[in-house]
Ligand binder design. Structure first.
Ligand code: ADP
Ligand code: MG
Length: 234
């Protein structure tokens, strides 16, 4: 097998709010390989978001190690984390996170501007990505002129802006009806194949579970690997 793209080793995360402590992750370890679509499943409060945030460099664990595409995430200084989140990891959230005053095309272009991509290249890539997610006719529409599913497609196109190696999606269908959610999951499945990214997707959605190569089960801050050795789609 090839080298893992993601290595998570003994990760622990404790939230302290006043005198109360919540151990959100207890000694979590796993690896993700290039091109895998991994579903992270578990009840609300089981630690899915906390886990994805440690992997994507949005937060730092209290113990353990995270490596993404050869970058020792847990050892990076703040500016290194910024670069990682800009160039190596793409994020998709339940609430889409689009900028309301910007068009679909402008939203997708934001990470490319931050990475100082030349404008001709940027325009070409924005058009390509919006076509890839099936929105070639909505490029000039603003988020409020788009359906929820269309907004999430824009967010997915934006997440791919800088050709990330890793896509992290936290309950990407949580605000969508089940049919639209299914379409978004199928889009993610297709993009993981066509773009060669690795994806970690937290979800309750049974339709993603069946599309995933592997399912990681979170339970009270610990990980149980389900069906790890048998890819569900081959
Ligand atoms: P999930 O995404 O599976 O619903 P989370 O990772 O959001 O779970 O939460 C795991 C645990 O950590 C929960 O008990 C939650 O209440 C707690 N938690 C999450 N974020 C914070 C925070 N910022 N401060 C304090 N506790 C938190
Ligand atoms: Mg969550």
């Amino acid at each position: 097998m090839s080298e893992p793209l993601v290595v998570v080793e003994g990760v622990r995360k404790v939230y302290r709010t006043g005198p109360r402590e919540v151990v959100a992750l207890k000694d979590v370890s796993f690896e993700a390989y290039p091109g895998e679509l991994i579903a992270v499943r578990g009840r609300s409060g089981s630690g899915k978001t906390t886990l994805l945030n440690q992997v994507g460099g949005l937060d730092r664990p209290d113990a353990g190690r995270v490596v993404v595409a050869g970058h020792e995430v847990t050892a990076l200084p703040e500016d290194g984390l910024l670069t990682l989140r800009r160039d190596v990891v793409g994020f998709v959230f339940q609430s889409f996170g689009l900028i309301p005053v910007l068009s679909a095309a402008e939203n997708v272009g934001v990470p490319m501007r931050l990475a100082r991509m030349p404008s001709a290249e940027r325009e070409e890539r924005v058009a390509m990505l919006l076509a890839l997610v099936g929105l070639e006719r909505q490029v000039n529409q603003r988020p409020y002129e788009l359906s929820g599913g269309q907004q999430q497609r824009v967010a997915i196109a934006r997440s791919l802006a800088n050709r990330p190696r890793l896509l992290i999606a936290d309950e990407p269908t949580g605000q969508l009806d089940s049919q639209t959610g299914r379409q978004i999951m199928e889009l993610l499945r297709a993009l993981v194949r066509s773009e060669g990214v690795t994806a970690l997707v937290a979800t309750h959605d049974p339709s993603l579970i069946t599309l995933a190569d592997r399912v990681l089960e979170m339970h009270d801050g610990t990980l149980r690997t389900a069906r790890a050795e048998t890819p569900l789609t081959a």
